[in-house]
Design a protein around this ligand. Structure first.
Ligand SMILES: Cc1ncc(COP(=O)(O)O)c(C=O)c1O
Length: 400
């Protein structure tokens, strides 16, 4: 079934401003259904959790639905879905919590491929307890994170391996399953940053071997809500700092303060939106998500071929990364121009792209471009179309 891009785009009110939204890796637009779900939650009346009145029960229902929706999106069970404001906040919380179980001399492995949100919380937590930080190294030429090196990196003292399911600038998808299997065999846990990977294809946390899988709804058509998915039995063994009267249940004990209930309704609607991307998808919502995300991935990659081939054909453009397994994310520089000035030129043409290190701080250092302002990032998501690609290529061609 062909990807019905016109119908999909019509569902996103923001796209009507005529811009080519190639900034999805930094945050996507939201479909009308998500906007309506958030409004409907407020219109229906909400209350804080645990009250004796119906508005409180409505909030409780919204929370439960949101957990189930996330489990349907990435796998796992609703009882293991921790909700929070964003991935960074939750990862700091998990790092602080897990570090309570570490001892001086234990080892933590981070990777140069990661967004800093899956590096610094672990490095800082390790420093506090005297744990040793070891690094998974990126091949600067290919942009790959070779899995083989983890055979040497992981050892008897390894407690945690943190790595990304996809680089937010190069799009590289490392072999998470192979790395997580090595970690598990050594008795170590794996914390996977799924923020960039989740919008770009089917995800199954069990197949990845992720003990923890973090993602942010605002990268896949939802509001600003983050989540970490883990086995509830694992969460039961962990004890985050919490307020004395706050629930001590799992997953609630990992959640701090009062969340945005209406946004959670938006998260559920975003998962429904993703599940419906392939109108022929059938079965449970989980099954429809898997079918639809496979269709979205194929669609994005077909557009990406045109985008990356177009950029690589320009003599004044340098592209970064060429991993065979990658998301539809291009990272490039234009000779004689700063990344920011390229982004400004494209903005003048109604093409939205990012420039800078995009918090891929270690990776841009390895690539040798951090000091000079990083590069330009143009990322495709399921609502982009061929005209977005052509406008980008036309705008970059003008800079020759
Ligand atoms: C790969 C990746 N990880 C983590 C983050 C941080 O996510 P959040 O903004 O939800 O804290 C981002 C945000 O851009 C990202 O792209």
């Amino acid at each position: 079934m062909p990807f019905e891009i016109a119908a999909i785009r019509a569902g996103f009110p923001a796209l009507a401003d005529g811009a080519a939204y190639l900034d999805g890796a930094a945050g996507t637009q939201v479909p009308q259904t998500v906007i309506e779900a958030i409004s409907a939650a407020y219109e229906g009346g909400l209350g804080n959790l645990g009250g004796a009145f119906p508005a409180s029960a409505r909030s409780g229902h919204i929370v439960a639905e949101c957990r189930q929706a996330i489990a349907d999106l990435v796998g796992g069970t609703a009882a293991g879905v921790v909700l929070g404001p964003n991935m960074t906040t939750l990862t700091y919380r998990m790092a602080t919590t897990l570090a309570k179980t570490w001892r001086a001399g234990d080892e933590v492995i981070v990777s140069q491929l990661d967004h800093d949100a899956n590096i610094r919380p672990w490095v800082q937590a390790a420093e506090r307890v005297g744990a040793v930080v070891r690094w998974g190294r990126v091949d600067a030429r290919s942009g790959e994170l070779p899995a083989e090196q983890y055979g040497e990196l992981i050892g008897r003292r390894t407690r945690l391996v943190a790595l990304t399911a996809a680089s937010n600038v190069l799009g590289t998808r490392p072999d998470v399953a192979a790395i997580a299997a090595k970690a598990r065999a050594a008795g170590a846990l794996t914390y996977v940053d799924g923020v960039h990977a989740t919008p770009h294809g089917p995800i199954d946390v069990a197949e990845l071997g992720a003990d923890f899988y973090a993602t942010s709804a605002y990268k896949w058509g939802g509001p600003h809500v983050g989540t970490v998915v883990a086995d509830p039995a694992l969460l039961e063994t962990l004890h985050p700092d919490k307020l004395a009267p706050a629930p001590d249940d799992v997953p609630e004990r990992f959640e701090q303060g009062t969340p945005s209930f209406a946004d959670f309704a938006g998260v559920t609607a975003a998962v429904e939106h993703l599940a419906g991307l392939d109108p022929a998808a059938a079965g449970s919502r989980r099954e429809r998500v898997l079918t639809s995300m496979a269709a979205a991935e194929a669609y994005e990659l077909s557009l990406f071929t045109a985008l990356i081939n177009g950029l690589e054909a320009m003599a004044h453009v340098t592209t970064y990364g060429k991993a065979p397994e990658r998301t539809a994310t291009a990272y490039f520089n234009v000779a004689g121009r700063t990344p920011r000035s390229v982004a400004e030129h494209l903005a003048g043409l109604g093409v939205n792209v990012w420039s800078g290190d995009n918090y891929a701080y270690e990776l841009t250092t390895v690539l040798g471009i951090r000091a000079s302002g990083g590069a330009v990032r143009a990322g495709l998501v399921h609502y982009n179309d061929r005209s977005d690609v052509d406008r980008l290529l036309g705008g970059v061609a003008e800079l020759a």
